[in-house]
Design a protein around this ligand. Structure first.
Ligand code: DGY
Length: 329
C-alpha cells in the first residue's frame, strides 16, 4: 500500500496494543469501552483502510455497503467471526482476519475448570460457605461426582478442543469427538481419541459434552432439545464457544427437571444467561471470560497488528478467514 494506512478501532484494547497501533499506523482509537452504535460504527469505518473490529460489532452485508469502498481489511480482535458476514466482505474485496491460535490454551483452561466445577459442585460449595451453611465436615454433605474415568465428548476438535483433550486426559477422562471429518491420525492416536461420525450417538454415550465448534448457520442450535434429550441424565454440558449453538431454554428446562445433571457455561444465546439458568444451583455461569487473561489479550492484539502490517506491506495477512474452513469461536 502507498501512503499511511488508516486504521479505526472499535473498542478499547490493551494499552500496549493501542500504543503499537498508534505508532505503526494512522490510527483512530476509541476511548469508550461500549460497543459502538450501528451509525457510529459505519461512520468510523468510512474512509479507513482497516477496521480493527471485535465481538459485538455486527458487520453484515448492509454494513459493508454503507461504508464505501476504501475499507479493505477487517482485522478482528478475537477468534470467532460469527458477527461478520465474511462472504459479503470477500465479495466486496475486503479481507477478514482473526486471532485463532493465541487464546486456545487459556480458553482450554477455562473449559477444564468448568468440566471440574460442575460435578464437584465447586461454586455451590463456595456459596454455602459464604452463606454460613458450613457446619463442619460431614460424610454425606456436598457430594459431587467423580471426574476420573468419565467419557468426555468434544464437539469440534480444533485447536481449543485439542487443548481441552490434552488436559482432560491428565484428569483421567477418555476422549471422544465429533467433527465433520476425523482429525489427523497421529493426533488422534496421541489423544487416544474415538471419532464419532454421528453426533447423536456420541451424545448418548458420553458423560460430559464440551461444545467447541464455531457458530455458523449450520451449527445454530446444533444442540437442539432433541439432541440434548439424547444425553444421559447424569451427564453435563460445557460451552465456551457460542451460546447460539445450544438451545438454551431447552437446556435450562432439562436441568431443572433433572433430565440433565448440570452445565458450565461461558456464553449465552442472548448476551447473558436466561432467568431459569440463573436460578439453578447445578450450573456454573461465567461472563464470557474464557480468553480473558492479560497474556491472551496482548497476544490477540499482536496478531491484529501482524495482520494489518502484512496487509499494509502488500502481503496476504497470515490469519485470513477462509470460508468453508472452520474458524474456532
Ligand atoms: C473469541 O475470540 O471469539 C472469544 O469468544 C472472545 O475471546
Amino acid at each position: 500500500m502507498t501512503g499511511a494506512v488508516k486504521v479505526a478501532v472499535t473498542r478499547r484494547l490493551p494499552e500496549q496494543v493501542e500504543k503499537r497501533l498508534a505508532a505503526l499506523f494512522e490510527t483512530t482509537l476509541y476511548e469508550d469501552d461500549k460497543p459502538l452504535s450501528r451509525e457510529a460504527l459505519i461512520e468510523r469505518a468510512q474512509d479507513v483502510d482497516v477496521l480493527a473490529a471485535t465481538l459485538g460489532d455486527k458487520l453484515d452485508a448492509a454494513f459493508f455497503d454503507a461504508v464505501g469502498d476504501r475499507l479493505k481489511l477487517v482485522a478482528n480482535f478475537g477468534a470467532g467471526v460469527d458477527h461478520i458476514d465474511v462472504a459479503a466482505a470477500n465479495a466486496r474485496d475486503i479481507t477478514v482476519t482473526n486471532t485463532p491460535s493465541v487464546l486456545a490454551e487459556d480458553a482450554a483452561d477455562m473449559a477444564m475448570a468448568l468440566i471440574l466445577a460442575v460435578p464437584r459442585r465447586l461454586v455451590e460449595g463456595v456459596a454455602a460457605l459464604r452463606e454460613g451453611k458450613f457446619e463442619g465436615w460431614s460424610p454425606t454433605w456436598m457430594l459431587g461426582r467423580r471426574v476420573r474415568g468419565k467419557k468426555l465428548g468434544i464437539i469440534g476438535l480444533g485447536r481449543v478442543g485439542e487443548a481441552i483433550a490434552r488436559r482432560a486426559r491428565a484428569f483421567g477422562l477418555s476422549i471422544h469427538y465429533h467433527n465433520r471429518k476425523p482429525i489427523n491420525p497421529h493426533i488422534e492416536e496421541q489423544l487416544d481419541a474415538t471419532y464419532w461420525e454421528s453426533l447423536d450417538q456420541m451424545l448418548a454415550h458420553v458423560d460430559i459434552v464440551s461444545v467447541n465448534c464455531p457458530h455458523t448457520p449450520a451449527t445454530f442450535h446444533l444442540l437442539s432439545r432433541r439432541r440434548l434429550e439424547l444425553m444421559q441424565p447424569h451427564a453435563h454440558l460445557v460451552n465456551i464457544s457460542r451460546g447460539e449453538i445450544v438451545d438454551e431454554a431447552a437446556l435450562a428446562e432439562l436441568i431443572e427437571t433433572g433430565r440433565l445433571a448440570g452445565a458450565g457455561l461461558d456464553v449465552y444465546e442472548r448476551g447473558g444467561p436466561n432467568e431459569k439458568l440463573l436460578s439453578l444451583s447445578n450450573v456454573v455461569l461465567l461472563p464470557h471470560m474464557a480468553s480473558a487473561t492479560v497474556e491472551s489479550r496482548l497476544e490477540m492484539g499482536e496478531r491484529v497488528i501482524i495482520n494489518i502490517k502484512m496487509f499494509a506491506d502488500g502481503h496476504k495477512p497470515p490469519d485470513r478467514v477462509i470460508l468453508g474452513l472452520d474458524s474456532e469461536a
